[in-house]
Design a protein. Structure first.
Length: 147
């Protein structure tokens, strides 16, 4: 598979992750969310973005990681994949990096299954690993089907 070009990076817990920058519409600081009763795992609310209602999907929940501490802020990556648009909720925003500067690797074998199932590959730069998140898997796990 070809490299992704530019990656938008972000942190979830102690991991650095990324998505192809072409799928990122914008990055927002913590936002007020409307509750969604009986929402699928990972959907923590709805975000009204200039009149467009988006599901807010917490990647920590999808990856079976502990929740953020109370009062700890989050970052919203507004992503689109196919005709689906949603907010991926992460811990911290990172930089945009070029995969030409990184070595593509398989997902590390030590990655827990709940996390590994969400990943396509890993990119390595020296001692640092950036894990490539599969947007199709994010949508599948939240009940959104990408056409």
């Amino acid at each position: 598979m070809a490299d992704h070009g530019l990656l938008a990076t972000f942190a979830i817990a102690d991991m650095w992750c990324a998505v192809d920058v072409r799928h990122v519409r914008e990055v927002l600081l913590d936002q007020e969310l409307a509750a969604v009763p009986m929402a699928p795992t990972g959907v923590i609310g709805l975000l009204n973005l200039r009149g467009q209602v988006l599901a807010a999907v917490d990647l920590r929940a999808l990856m079976a990681l502990p929740p953020r501490a109370p009062g700890e802020s989050a970052i919203h990556y507004i992503v689109e994949h196919g005709d689906a648009v949603e907010s991926m909720v992460v811990d911290r925003a990172g930089a945009v990096v070029d995969t030409a500067d990184l070595q593509r690797r398989p997902v590390p074998e030590t990655t827990p299954p709940a996390i590994a199932s969400m990943l396509e590959c890993a990119y390595q730069n020296g001692d640092e690993i950036v894990l490539m998140v599969r947007l199709d898997e994010v949508h599948r796990k939240t009940g959104k089907q990408v056409r």
